[in-house]
Design a protein around this ligand. Structure first.
Ligand code: ADP
Ligand code: MG
Length: 147
């Protein structure tokens, strides 16, 4: 299980920055595309990373998105400093959202981000400490023809 990283990158995410929000996940998608990762896997990574990134933009102060590629999987970790999530089970429910009216006007707040991250991951882990922040781990397996 202790697979060596082929590639490791880190990107910063700023809370409240809707102008640059989405850049980290876009860069990750481009890096993996360049390497030749299969389109279907790329699509799943892009959705999961984008939803995780926008949650930091919308709900946290700042965060970091880490990409690790190993011969067998893509691992994305998102660690933020922010309010944390009181009730993870509730936050994971499709349709649950605390998005503000302003965010909803921009088209966010469908409450499908976390469910879609889970759906597009082979393994998804979420941990949160109220008053401190939230950590996500998204793992997407490669089918062996990729690398
Ligand atoms: N990184 C985070 N920090 C704090 N709260 C979060 C974070 N990510 C998600 N949440 C909470 O979980 C809820 C559900 O998230 P999500 O499924 O992505 O839906 P949406 O972003 O549309 O609200 C959010 O409305 C918010 O209350
Ligand atoms: Mg969301």
């Amino acid at each position: 299980m202790n697979q060596e990283a082929i590639l490791s990158e880190e990107f910063e995410i700023s809370g409240g920055d809707f102008v640059n929000g989405g850049r980290a996940s876009c860069l990750i998608k481009n890096i993996l595309k360049e390497i030749g990762i299969d389109a279907e896997i790329l699509r799943r990574v892009a959705i999961a990373a984008y939803e995780a990134e926008m949650n930091v933009v919308m709900y946290a102060r700042r965060g970091i998105m880490k990409l690790v590629l190993t011969p067998k999987r893509i691992i994305i970790k998102v660690e933020d400093e922010g309010p944390g999530i009181h009730d993870i089970e509730l936050a994971m429910q499709p349709g649950y959202s605390t998005a503000t009216p302003e965010m909803r006007e921009m088209g966010f707040g469908a409450g499908m981000g976390l469910p879609n991250i889970k759906k597009n991951s082979d393994k998804f882990n979420i941990e949160s400490t109220v008053g401190k922040g939230t950590n996500l781990e998204i793992i997407i397996n490669l089918n062996n023809k990729n690398v």
